[in-house]
Design a protein around this ligand. Structure first.
Ligand code: FAD
Ligand code: SF4
Length: 511
């Protein structure tokens, strides 16, 4: 065998660079399901279904070409974790080289290097051309920058790829329409009718995988009853078209809005398809830009959406590879508290957290602001240990893969990397959640109260955070005002906040 091409579970594209020049006369492909990998680490059942079903659908595509193909299923007699299985395959077939596109996870890259060293197999890791910015290109951009800022990276990417550019200038004259992307739904009327996203009903293969997961992983969290995720490219293209044609129009204004019984808002639900490589970022960005150029959506919607993919998604991947493995240990505030049980059950009196966790258990999905400003904000204010929180995010979201989950959780939500790539911690009191949602209307707490029996835990813990970190916040121009606000509190009020916060922190599951 000349080359053995390894296709990992989140590289399910025929455009995978490891397939370039594939010669069925001399080469073969291998895919490995293993209980040690993304599909079966402690994980939402829907996440396991998604990985397994998408891998098996992709295997059908490969199989249809008649190419030499080794596919190891979870219950294959070739026992062992991913590394052991790969080692056995390499020992049996002895290829002249193992070829693979860059893995998404740092840990997987180490596994491949170690396994190839152990079996004396030459390893070729190819640039993952799915991404628009290579790891090296990002490293060059980031070199000599002490603090990395997405906005400047995004401008470079817009220019380089000619996205939303008119004669060398940003379309509409501004780089960023973020100010138009922050509305809450009208309090009196709510979100109104939002066109439903594409719900990809499980086909026979996915139903088989669901039955397997319900049998083999019955103790894992989450439900498979509402499995709606695309598992192959054809379904992903339908989901993309539905979003562009019916929902992108509302994405711009409402991307930060939250409302009860509105789990998806105007969001795209495309992260799983992008992360599994069923869709390429270039085609998703292209579809959004075309919708704007054709006059079907406003610039604020198209730009706000494109910024998430061309800006945030590429930036987050670049930072991950730059800062791993240290990123995994980062703990700027030295927070050490355990994760409250309600993160797994949703059983809490805090209506906002209950809503975010319950829809997470149902679908494996919460949108960005729920992840950042509800569960993430609480985790930071409640001083939870970053490793406990990052493990939770990796487990419960269907789109969770470490390269995108870890920087978002540790870097953005928990500020565990300090000012490395966010200029300030994303903290907010209950007032923010009240402004952006209707959750507070059905809550036993009052977002305006920071002390007393009805005090909202977000509000009390927010002021407690300001009190604790006053000096650091005062030294940062982006947070100096927050620090100034805390100086206005009377000594008695500060003492009451500290006492109530200590109670809340010591027994969060009683909230
Ligand atoms: P939309 O809101 O419609 O956005 C469109 C696309 O932009 C997404 O599909 C996604 O590909 C991309 N995108 C948006 N925001 C980000 C971001 N901050 N980083 C990278 N890409 C982004 N995203 C994941 O894909 N996997 C994760 O494990 C993950 N964990 C997160 C954890 C936390 C604490 C936070 C705050 C965010 C996390 N995100 C993660 C980013 C973002 O929340 C999700 O990409 C988004 O909610 C997915 O839903 P959507 O497809 O409807 O996205
Ligand atoms: Fe959340 Fe506080 Fe509002 Fe309750 S009052 S929903 S805890 S922000």
């Amino acid at each position: 065998m000349r080359r053995l091409v390894l296709i990992l579970g989140d590289q399910l594209s025929l455009a995978n660079p490891a397939l370039d020049g594939f010669d069925p006369q001399q080469d073969a492909i291998v895919m490995i399901e293993a209980a040690s990998e993304g599909m079966a680490v402690w994980s939402h059942k829907a996440r396991i279904v998604l990985f397994l079903s998408a891998m098996r659908h992709f295997a059908l595509e490969i199989g249809a070409r008649g190419w030499p193909f080794i596919y190891l299923k979870l219950d294959d007699p070739l026992a062992g974790d991913f590394a052991t299985r790969l080692q056995l395959v390499l020992a049996e077939h002895q290829p002249l080289a193992l070829v693979v596109a860059e893995p998404g996870e740092w840990r997987m890259e180490q596994i491949l290097r170690d396994t190839c060293t152990a079996t004396e197999t030459p390893l070729r890791i190819l640039d993952d051309t799915h991404f628009l910015c290579s790891r090296i290109e990002f490293a060059v951009w980031a070199k000599a920058k002490k603090e990395l800022r997405m906005e400047f990276f995004y401008r470079v990417m817009r220019k380089k790829h000619g996205v939303l550019m008119d004669d060398g200038q940003p379309a509409g004259g501004e780089w960023n329409y973020d100010a138009e992307n922050r509305s809450g739904f009208p309090k009196r009327t709510g979100p109104g009718a939002i066109p439903a996203p594409a719900h990809c009903l499980p086909d026979a293969l996915t139903r088989e995988v669901i039955a397997l997961v319900e049998a083999e992983f019955s103790d894992h969290p989450g439900s498979t009853a509402d499995f709606i995720w695309p598992v192959d490219r054809a379904q992903a293209l339908v989901a993309l078209e539905r979003f562009i044609e019916t929902r992108l129009v509302g994405f711009g204004a409402w991307q930060d809005a939250m409302w009860t019984d509105t789990p998806f808002g105007w969001h795209a639900l495309l992260s799983t398809s992008l992360n599994l490589h069923l869709l390429s970022p270039a085609e998703v960005i292209g579809a959004a830009e075309t919708a704007y150029r054709d006059g079907r959506v406003a610039l604020a919607s198209a730009e706000g959406f494109i910024r998430q993919i061309l800006g945030w998604r590429e930036f987050i991947r670049g930072v991950y590879w730059l800062d791993m493995p240290a990123m995994k240990q980062a703990n700027h505030y030295d927070h050490q508290r355990p994760l409250p049980a309600f993160y797994w059950t949703g059983q809490t009196g805090m209506a906002c957290i209950k809503a975010a966790v319950m829809q997470t258990l149902q679908f494996g999905y919460a949108h960005h602001i729920q992840r950042l400003m509800v569960t993430g904000n609480f985790a930071l204010l409640a001083q939870l240990a970053p490793r406990e929180v990052t493990d939770w995010y990796l487990a419960v979201y269907v789109d969770a893969v470490e390269w995108v989950e870890l920087p978002n959780t540790a870097g953005m939500a928990l500020h565990a990397l300090g000012k490395r790539f966010t200029s300030k911690p994303y903290i907010a009191s209950g007032a923010y959640i009240h402004r952006q949602s209707n959750y507070c209307q059905g809550c036993k707490y009052d977002p305006a109260q920071r002390t007393g029996p009805a005090a909202c835990p977000f509000t009390t813990l927010y002021w407690n955070f300001l009190d604790q970190h006053e000096a650091e916040l005062a030294g940062n121009p982006r947070t100096a005002l927050m620090a100034k606000n805390v100086t206005r509190l009377s000594p008695d009020e500060r003492a009451s906040i500290r006492t109530l916060a200590a109670q809340m922190l010591s027994a969060p599951d009683a909230l």
